[in-house]
Design a protein around this ligand. Structure first.
Ligand code: NAD
Length: 502
């Protein structure tokens, strides 16, 4: 909602110990990208406020940790119902602050809701293992215990879904949590904190702080934080990973992407082009699973580019809440300029500009840019090497599937990829040889499935465990192994030497 410039802007509060708080000090602006206007202000927390949030989470930890998982699951069940009831309202906040279309925003909220559905099964997921007679009259069992206070640091492009990848799983496992959402899209996290409280979550279990590097560093360096989940760009992911390693924190840091789709000549090209158009330009290309590079193999090249050109030009650009709009604006003015700069660089480097987003007719206000398509791009060009994170699709040519696989495998990013083909053998080979974390076969974006974990390889993930699904249970718990001896009557006492098991 826009406010006339002369009205005092609302400040998005932080959420500490179950209450909103509007701190004084540094702050930033929150924009509606469809109008270009500042709609809210967001406080930038300093170390003392972050400390307050961590202390609230630490104080809530003993009681929450000891709450039986079934009771924790009941709170999550209530939260799930409230999220479903508020799905449209949350989607609307996403559209207001991020700019993506409302149906797209609602879809992303749905993906997050599915993680909470999965988290409701936590009593079963936390069960350990038991071995009777690991030694004579000695039994061994393992159990999973929470790690402590966890922190989550999230990007701008999924203001509801990415936080929901993290905190419901961490909290279901018995941890308490401090979330630092992107300062560009801060409001949805506060709404989720209110809903979680309404669901019956005790105060202090979930806290939200806002800010930039200062708040993030305060979390990374805080002795009270045991584990950090991060999703964002590769340079920051690497920094988070290295800093947490130095301070001995458990860490998973998901980074950026350059996702390739390989299209073989035997593919249904009309179907592939439709799928790629959605995957490249949906959410204005600001998705970590966006397809940003197409590798057209052999005879697929020219007809595919013709189809992509037609479909890219047909995309309707406008404000995300307007019915019938396919693509909204970019998130901020500087980001729009950065993406436009990449297009300029592509032209200078000699790629063939098939559709120029800078020239398309888009609303004058706001941070809009039309769709761009480049052909005959080579791996040396910056439009191929850099993650543009905007509505720019580049097409490279390869002669064979083998060449295409080698090209994808040389790229340092490895979040997602896809192949379009009618050949089961080619698809199988691709799935087997490609060095990427998530693979689509005739599916442009392998969207997150809550009960599988989500994460890329190489520069797209620093750490060992992916987010949500069973890997989240591993990340947010520590395993303990307990060995017990209850001797039967008349059993002699063990001797001095180490007994042989079995
Ligand atoms: P970003 O890295 O700029 O910011 C992510 C978070 O880090 C934000 O909360 C931000 O406040 C914080 N941050 C920014 N600069 C920092 C610094 N110097 N020190 C400490 N913290 C800092 O990312 P973004 O622009 O918000 O999001 C887009 C990026 O996220 C893209 O690269 C995209 O590919 C990636 N992403 C990846 C996934 C995935 O699953 N791998 C999912 C979504 C987004």
């Amino acid at each position: 909602m826009n406010k006339p410039a002369d009205l005092k802007l609302e400040t998005v509060p932080v959420w500490i110990n179950g209450k909103p708080l509007a701190p004084a000090g540094r702050s930033g602006e929150v924009f509606n990208p469809a109008t270009g206007q500042v709609t809210r202000r967001v406080p930038f927390c300093d170390a003392s406020l972050v400390d307050k949030a961590v202390k609230a989470a630490a104080a809530a930890l003993p009681a929450w940790r000891d709450t039986p998982p079934l009771r924790r699951a009941r709170v999550l069940q209530n939260f799930l119902e409230l999220l479903k009831k508020n799905q449209r309202a949350l989607g609307t906040i996403v559209t207001q602050e991020h700019g993506k279309t409302l149906p797209d925003a609602m879809g992303s909220v749905q993906r997050g809701i599915e993680v909470v559905e999965f988290a409701c099964g936590i009593p079963h997921l936390l069960k350990g293992e038991y071995a009777e007679n690991a030694g004579t009259q000695v039994d061994t069992h393992s159990l999973r215990q929470p790690v402590g206070v966890c922190a989550g640091i999230t990007p701008f492009n999924f203001p509801v879904m990415v936080p929901l990848w993290m905190f419901p799983m961490a909290i279901a496992c018995g941890n308490t949590f401090v979330l630092k959402p992107s300062e560009k899209v801060p409001s949805a996290s506060i709404r989720m904190a209110e809903l979680f409280k309404e669901a019956g979550l005790p105060d202090g279990v979930f806290n939200v702080v806002h800010g930039d590097k200062e708040a993030v560093d305060a979390l990374l360096l805080h002795e009270g934080i045991s584990a950090v989940s991060f999703v964002g760009s590769t340079p920051i992911a690497k920094y988070i990973y290295e800093t947490c390693a130095k301070t001995g924190k458990r860490v998973q840091a998901l980074g950026g992407a350059k996702n390739h789709a390989v299209v073989l000549p035997d593919a249904d090209l009309e179907f592939a082009a439709d799928a790629l158009t959605g995957a490249a330009y949906g959410s204005a290309g600001e998705r970590c699973m966006a397809i940003s590079a197409v590798v057209a193999v052999g005879a697929a090249g020219d007809p595919l580019v013709n189809l992509l050109e037609r479909k890219a030009k047909a995309i309707k650009v406008g404000a995300g809440h307007t019915e019938g709009v396919d693509m909204g604006p970019l998130v901020t003015g500087p980001h729009r300029e950065k993406v436009a700069g990449h297009i300029e660089a592509g032209v200078k480097e000699g790629a063939k500009l098939v559709v120029d987003g800078r020239a398309s007719s888009v609303p004058k206000q706001g941070f809009f840019l039309g769709t761009t398509l480049f052909d005959h791009v080579t791996p040396e060009m910056s439009i191929y090497r850099d993650e543009i994170f905007g509505p720019v699709l580049v097409v490279l040519r390869a002669s064979t599937l083998e060449e295409a696989i080698a090209l994808v495998n040389r790229n340092p990013y490895a979040n997602g990829t896809a192949i379009f083909t009618e050949s089961g053998g080619a698809a199988r080979r691709f799935g087997n040889e490609i060095q990427v974390g998530m693979v689509g076969i005739n599916v442009p974006i392998p969207v997150p499935v809550a009960y599988f974990s989500f994460g890329g390889w190489k520069n797209s993930l620093f750490g060992d465990l992916h987010v949500h699904g069973v890997e989240a249970v591993k990340f947010y718990t520590r395993t303990k192994v307990i060995t017990t001896r209850w001797p039967h009557q008349d059993t002699p006492a063990p001797g001095f030497n180490m007994p042989t098991l079995g």
